[in-house]
Write a protein that binds this ligand. Sequence first.
Ligand code: ASP
Length: 384
Amino acid sequence: MTDVSSCRSDPGNRGSGVLVVYTGGTIGSVPRDPGDPRSPLVVVDWVEFRRRTSSLSERLIDGSINTRFIGFNVDACELKPVDSCNIGPDYWVDVARVIAENYDRYEGFVVLHGTDTMVYTASALSFMLEGLAKPVVLTGAQLSHLGNVRNDALQNLLTALMIANPARSGLPVVPEVSIFFHNALLRGNRSRKVTSSGFEAFKSPNYPRLAAAGESIVVDRRVLRPVPAGGLRLHSHIEPNVASVIFFPGIQEASILEDVLSDPRLKGVVLMTYGAGTVPSDPRVLAPIAAAVQRGVVAIAVSQCGGGRVELERYEASVRLLEAGVVSGNDITPEAALVKLMVLLGDPALDPVGVRRLLNQDIAGEQTIADRADRSPSVPGQTA
Ligand code: ASP
């Protein structure tokens, strides 16, 4: 694991306002060959990013007052800037530690991040930062301002900074991990990346947006998480030995499923079922799932559709999963389910029974528990 000392603080940091955690991504990328805009994008470091983002500075390079200054102090801490496809659990821990260690000094935090894995990092932070009472806003861009006159980077960055500094912007405090993109603030662990090129890159299929940003920024207080009592508690152990299995016609004839589920290293699995939770009623599918659960692997069912929920009691072809001891993911996204599993399985205080119990609960706003809640039966030999 890279430790937090690998976070490079900007020497100009003043310890007030908003702390930006800079991780790279398209927002911080320029063409590798300055003479060829089509050459592969590479990430720049924070010094370069800040130098080319004048809205963050009170004065321009010639010393004159910057009339387009955002209006409050922005500090920064740089983790190794990367394309977000390279970000994983160790990196999440570093981001979460930076936030936890600087929690009392700042009004809020903005994490600049590539869009490809942004929802995973946002989900991870939401589960790792228990008791969060300040805004943590992730943002990035499809087109960086560093190399494009027409871009979505500046608006995303400036709006995210304002949401992260309610004391200066006058906005309500959004005490949770969110994603600001295009014109919407979304709950991080409810978000999904839905296009690889459009500016409206994220959607929250099963939960309303937290704020809309047009001429003004309007926060919908009714849908925010309540401000928690007590302080921040960091969960910094993550279990990486999990898998995600997407069902497809023919999976019953392949041996892949059994191979994955019988791997002794496997601790948890997300089953990306059809529709409302169906999977082929075939012993070649159901037996390996039941055997894995019996061994202590925690399995959660989610829908592979873009939105909606699983209702495992609804069909004969889905209730078999409940009978095998699979937990219903309700309307959680596949990404949030995977990361929640990783964080819960990493908690040394939880055994598989405890992990299953918390999977059935809404712990960070990630799922809506159905009225007619799917009951996950206890696994024979375990108490739920
Ligand atoms: N490949 C980039 C990344 O995720 C895409 C982006 O930032 O939009 O780092």
